[in-house]
Write a protein that binds this ligand. Structure first.
Ligand code: SAM
Length: 221
């Protein structure tokens, strides 16, 4: 496990995610309609790691376990920047967001993505969407709110036994005054009640004071 921030060559990109040249620079890209003004080249759209924690995790070479085609539950979808890329290469993708305004924008990304299902729900209350969401291979979480480990624990019920949690932890959402390192230690400790942490690293230089975590469900959840 490492909190290092050296930029590494990406490994193991899922099928449907490629590194392609945009204006002479190699960038991660997926195939789909543009959502946030990102550069396009034919049917490909650049995936900006500065605007996407999952994009940063892939750019930094974290082993996410993503192969492409998986069923995904995405918590904290906002206006769809990242979840639109996910829906470009994944299977059915359930996108939970509790704020109405970004959800309205998310609907524009949904228009051209028949496998993307928006849910105006609170991720702290999984019972309110348990009747809609099927068991998933991948749980992506980027809620930037206090209690991020508790949200991941509450949603572990949706994850298949061999599935993966891909979590972005924002230190300042837990405690603006604390040293991010101690926040990340606490989050990793709390996660261990429901998950086995496989890898974690800081998402610098793309996102300050954020930790990317890859975990799998533990037997005890
Ligand atoms: N993941 C998005 C992306 O990369 O495009 C950005 C997400 S933004 C950092 C965090 C989002 O989580 C906000 O839109 C916020 O409204 C949402 N959020 C925070 N707490 C939530 C909760 N309990 N349930 C659902 N959404 C929540």
């Amino acid at each position: 496990m490492s909190d290092g921030s050296n930029v590494a060559e990406p490994t193991g990109l899922p099928s449907g995610v490629e590194r392609r040249p945009f204006d002479g620079t190699e960038r991660l890209a997926t195939r789909g309609e543009p959502v946030y003004g990102e550069p396009t080249d034919g049917e490909w759209r650049a995936w900006n790691p500065n605007r996407s924690k999952l994009g940063a995790m892939l750019e930094l070479g974290m082993d996410t376990g993503l192969a492409g085609g998986e069923t995904v539950l995405y918590l904290g979808a906002a206006a769809g920047t990242t979840v639109s890329h996910v829906a470009d290469f994944a299977g059915p993708t359930y996108a939970v967001e509790f704020a109405a305004r970004p959800t309205r924008e998310l609907l524009e990304a949904v228009d051209s993505r028949p496998r993307l299902f928006p849910l105006l729900k609170d991720a702290r209350k999984p019972r309110t969407y348990a009747h809609v969401v099927e068991p998933v291979d991948i749980l992506v979480q980027d809620v930037a709110t206090r209690g991020q480990a508790a949200v991941a624990a509450a949603n572990a019920q949706f994850l298949r036994a061999d599935g993966r949690l891909l979590l972005a932890v924002k230190a300042r959402s837990e405690d603006v005054t604390a040293d991010p390192r101690s926040v990340f230690d606490d989050v990793r400790d709390e996660l261990r009640d429901s998950y086995e942490v496989l890898a974690s690293r800081r998402l610098d230089p793309y996102h300050d004071d954020h930790l990317g975590v890859v975990a799998r469900p533990s037997g005890d959840r």
